[in-house]
Design a protein around this ligand. Structure first.
Ligand code: ZN
Length: 451
């Protein structure tokens, strides 16, 4: 019998989660890459063998919806803090959104600045989305050549003046261009019409969550999805609907997929965890757009995930300084819309998933494999030969209580404060290097740009 190829690290677990299922195995790693998956007792000789027992070995999470905000709004968040938070929460690759940094990533010059800001500051690997805004169509091909994984656009004001929304007349040529480049367009799918028709919450108490919820109606999402599906059919451009909140869109998405349109969609941990009925007036830590809707809607989102209509879960980590969240006044109109949950998204998703009878294979598909596919990162998101050894040692039965002061993100504002979540990340490996272990970061900033 030929002896197997030597490895520089072999990790053994009775529960290794691969695309084929969950089983005992020995994962052999050489030069940061998984070289083979052997039977649990077998595997090549190696100077380092790590037996994690019954702890689960999962692919590291790939979070495709992260607002790092650096350069320019580093006081909101930054590569150093965001990527440590990610490592501690079991995420091994993030894809950064083209806003809310200054400049926004809508030109190659801006991408260059962003790459420079990230270099030497990241604990985990990272990649970038570019932005589609009015007037930057000439930048799309150069940005693609420079390595962005796709593009993001808004159909309503983004909250940041430098990143204006686009309409149908700008989308059509941009999507035709992206179809040629073979890259996806990620869309914040809310249209301004239904929001305007819902009327502003002027006159009503700005502290009322119900008023905020009513100001961003489900119809805004539904009409936006309809518009995008029409343009997708017309141009052939791959589209991805970010942060689906309204369950009414699921039927349209399912039909479109059945008709063969290249469309995918995500939802976020906060839409899967919280419910409008439980959000107190003045509780602006819960403000995000689109808003967190009712409990029955939440359960339909879980069904959408289970049925594959929603492909993946991404955090939409969107931090801001506490003052901008208006926590003192509880003013939902003035508060920044965004929830920072890069470090908690995997555990929050697992907590809800296991309560609904879903398994670790589902978690790996939603939080690693499919996000990696969306971002065109074939070496990420799976435990398989030839893939990067981005792995987490995960205790799915252990629980922890969220203490905001212990989070690694820059600002300790979180709607998860005081909640008990299932699923503790014991260790995180990026390309075979242990970057996080039981509260410590033993290897520094080894993250690199994936392009
Ligand atoms: Zn976002």
């Amino acid at each position: 019998m030929a002896s197997p190829t030597p490895a520089d690290l072999v990790i053994l677990s009775t529960r290794v989660v691969t695309p084929e299922g969950t089983a005992p195995a020995a994962v052999a790693i050489s030069d940061g890459v998984v070289t083979a998956i052997h039977d649990h007792g077998a595997g090549p000789d190696s100077p380092r063998r790590l037996d994690v027992g019954d702890a689960v070995l999962l692919p590291g999470g790939v979070d495709t919806h992260v607002h790092v905000n650096e350069p320019g709004r580093t006081e909101w968040e930054g590569f150093e803090t965001a990527t440590r938070a990610a490592a501690g929460g079991g995420i091994t690759t993030i894809v950064d959104m083209p806003l809310n940094s200054v400049p926004v990533t809508t030109t190659t010059a801006a991408l260059e600045l962003k790459a420079r800001a990230a270099a030497g500051h990241a604990t985990i690997d990272y990649a970038f989305w570019g932005g589609v805004v009015p007037g930057n169509i000439d930048q799309l091909a150069p940005l693609a050549r420079a390595g962005v994984r796709g593009f993001k656009c808004f159909l309503v004001p983004s909250g940041i003046d430098e990143f204006p929304p686009v309409g149908e007349s700008q989308l059509r040529p941009a999507m035709t261009k992206l179809a040629g480049l073979g890259l996806p367009l990620l869309v914040h799918a809310e249209l301004p019409g239904p929001i305007a028709r819902a009327g502003s919450s002027r006159g009503s108490d700005p502290r009322r969550y119900g008023s905020y919820l009513a100001s961003r109606p489900r119809a805004a999402e539904l009409e936006a999805v309809n518009l995008m599906l029409g343009l997708c059919r017309e141009t052939g451009c791959r589209i991805h609907i970010v942060h689906v909140s309204a369950a009414e869109t699921l039927g349209r998405l399912r039909d479109a997929r059945r008709a063969g349109l290249p469309v995918t969609a995500e939802t976020c941990p906060h839409y899967l965890t919280f419910a409008a009925e439980e959000i107190l007036d003045g509780a602006t830590a819960w403000k995000c757009a689109p808003p967190i809707r009712e409990r029955s809607n939440r359960e339909q989102l879980w069904d959408g995930l289970a049925q594959g209509t929603l492909d993946l879960v991404a955090s939409d980590h969107s931090p801001a300084p506490p003052a901008l969240k208006c926590l003192e006044t509880g003013d939902f109109v003035r508060a920044w819309g965004g929830i920072a949950s890069l470090e908690l998204g995997l555990a929050a998703t697992w907590t809800g998933a296991r309560d609904r009878g879903r398994d670790l294979g589902d978690l790996a598909r939603w939080c690693a494999e499919r996000p990696a596919r969306l971002a065109g990162l074939p070496r990420k998101g799976r435990i398989a030969p030839g893939c990067d050894a981005d792995l987490i040692v995960f205790d799915p039965d252990a629980r922890f209580t969220v203490r905001p002061g212990q989070l690694r993100q820059r600002h300790p504002v979180t709607p998860y404060a005081g909640m008990t979540l299932a699923g503790v990340v014991r260790q995180t490996f990026v390309r075979g290097v242990c970057v996080y272990k039981e509260g410590d970061f033993p290897s520094g900033v080894i993250g690199r740009w994936e392009r």
